[in-house]
Design a protein around this ligand. Structure first.
Ligand code: FES
Length: 124
């Protein structure tokens, strides 16, 4: 039998000008071993798309910072800990999330900022 189910999609736009990508995923993860199962980070890494994650997806850096352009309602609400950590992200916006914490429940479009704190500070 042919399955006609429509899979949720993540469209990834790079501020750096790299070509954008779209991935489809099925299920709720875990797809990889970093970040919350089913989070943006987990899905991207599990589908071969790189996203910085200096703390290993533990909500303790901001290198997985992404900006949600569409589909914010399809993400889990952010926690206080995520908000506190995000305050340190360079280029913070009203639509910023930590990729390792935001769990994806439907179609979203995200922008990967050009700079993460690792690159800005030159440390690491
Ligand atoms: S990977 Fe460090 S906060 Fe997400």
């Amino acid at each position: 039998m042919v399955r006609t189910e429509i899979l949720p999609k993540i469209r990834i736009i790079y501020e750096s000008g790299e070509p954008e990508r779209t991935i489809e995923f099925e299920g709720s993860g875990p797809f990889h071993h970093d970040g919350e199962p089913g989070s943006i980070l987990d899905i991207l890494l599990g589908h071969g798309v790189h996203l910085e994650h200096a703390c290993g997806g533990k909500c303790a850096c901001t290198t997985c910072h992404v900006i949600v352009r569409e589909g914010e309602e399809n993400l889990s609400p952010s926690t206080e800990k995520e908000e506190d950590e995000l305050d340190n992200a360079p280029g913070l916006t009203m639509h910023s999330r930590l990729g390792c914490q935001a769990i994806v429940k439907g179609d979203i479009t995200i922008v990967i900022p050009k700079y993460t704190i690792n690159q800005v500070s030159g440390s690491h």
